[in-house]
Design a protein around this ligand. Structure first.
Ligand SMILES: [Zn+2]
Length: 172
């Protein structure tokens, strides 16, 4: 491990287990909103916390530092030694995962249907979060064939052309 990486990882130990909770359920939230607001804030924080836990360490740290601590790509790039375009890719993937993982909560709690793509067989699937993980973790050196096979076998989803998966991964 490089010294830079150690610093980057140590941050989470220094600031505590879940800065998202502090941000949402902190004293500021309670004083402005009263009991109802703080209950709601705690509920949201818990859902967000759970969704954050489902990310990879790299994705979670980026989300926390970028959104909760307001750090720039430039700073994160310096700290982690990763190129900015790589951070942007991690960011995009992490937000997609969070959106998918919070969709059920948001729909139940706020009666808002997330803006999925009703025409996309992956977005429509109740297993979307799992499928997104499968897509993320695929061997990028190989064709989509293994993913297509797995979707058919595990979820009975028939993909007729890889374009469906490419489009979903890139835009949804
Ligand atoms: Zn989709």
């Amino acid at each position: 491990m490089s010294p830079v990486r150690v610093t980057y990882q140590d941050w989470i130990v220094t600031l505590g287990r879940d800065p998202a909770l502090r941000r949402y359920a902190g004293p500021g939230t309670m004083s402005t909103g009263g009991a109802f607001e703080s209950d709601r804030a705690a509920e949201i924080a818990e859902a967000v916390g759970r969704a954050l836990e489902s990310l990879t360490d790299q994705e979670r740290l980026l989300i926390i530092r970028f959104y909760f601590m307001g750090e720039s790509y430039e700073k994160l790039s310096c700290l982690s030694g990763r190129a900015i375009h790589k951070l942007a890719a991690v960011h995009h993937r992490a937000v997609k995962k969070l959106r998918a993982r919070l969709a059920t909560f948001v729909e139940k709690r706020f009666d808002v249907r997330p803006t999925g793509r009703p025409d996309c067989i992956i977005c429509r699937s109740p297993f979307r979060a799992e499928i997104d993980t499968l897509i993320d973790q695929r061997d990028r050196g190989r064709s989509w064939r293994t993913v297509i096979k797995a979707l058919k076998k595990r979820y009975s989803i028939i993909i007729k052309t890889p374009q469906i998966l490419i489009g979903h991964e890139k835009y949804h």
